[in-house]
Ligand binder design. Sequence first.
Ligand code: 8OZ
Length: 363
Amino acid sequence: MTRTFALFSPYRLAAIDLANRIVMAPLTRDRAGPGNVPTPLMADYYAQRAGAGLIISEASQVCPEGQGYEATPGIHSPEQVAGWRRVTDAVHAAGGRIFIQLWHVGRISNIAFQPGGAAPVAPSAVRANAKTFVKGEFVPTSEPRALETAEIPGVVAAYATAARNAMDAGFDGVEIHAANGYLIDQFLRDGTNRRTDAYGGPIANRTRFLFEVVDAVTAAIGPERTGVRIAPISPANDIADSDPTALFSAVVDGLDARGVLFIHVIEGATGGARTLDQPFDFKALRKRFRGAYIANNGYDKAMAEAALAADDADLIAFGRPFIANPDLVERLRRDAPLNDLKRESLYGGGAEGYTDYPALADQ
Ligand code: 8OZ
């Protein structure tokens, strides 16, 4: 008798049928071509990983100002849309499903990436104690300037245009990146948002930018194609808030009211510890939300099975294991050993450490 594990059972995400509960988390790899256009090599990389029930693409800037690192793909130019079309066609031909992650870095940028060498934009002119990646080197982020109130609708509109572009590029949906200290997260937190207009101050104001983005994106492509990624207690990119429980209760209630497809939650520090000094009740967050809950951060097979069995999550996202194991789903199913990650080829470069990790069949 074979036991059926929930992790390998299908899941219906609104109208999208997923073959299993395993999600490939968004992973920045800095391999876009000139013009930040997705390349055929990127299509190979994603197609190799199409065994995931759902792939969330690497973070992709919604406008030129939204870029903060070298060779990250965009979703704002026709060439980028055409490049992504090759990726989505390759993933679909391999039986997979793929969402794009919509990104604006805000202050986590360097003038090297900004049109005209201008200052990066942010809710407030507070410089991050963080690094970004320019010409193969980690460099400090630049001093940002605060967005004028009148500029905010234009930034919101860039997300909606990017979402429509994503549909033209053949994606199954979008994930709005509201995590890891980038622009939306900078608006959410009182450590980075010092505004005195309708976008700053109380939680109802600090969540306004996120909800305007969600409203614009769902109006463009539908709530059933729109998910949101959050990282309530991650200190990534020098982010901090005085009361993450109150803030993210309001965030999740607002997303629930908008009928968003899923929340994708980084439980703990991004790419780091699951438990921090600051306690946080992720199960309570899940209970506030009627859509799907994608759990992420440091899961292995046993933890993933336990989370599904306890109904603490609907889907489990794996990040680094997917970099080194194109056939991660098959390896987890068979309890096969996993390949080791090569750190030196994480960001930038070509096929090496990208599309040359072996599948079980090659070993
Ligand atoms: C690693 C390097 C650069 C960017 C994130 C988009 O943390 C990122 C990222 C990760 O969400």
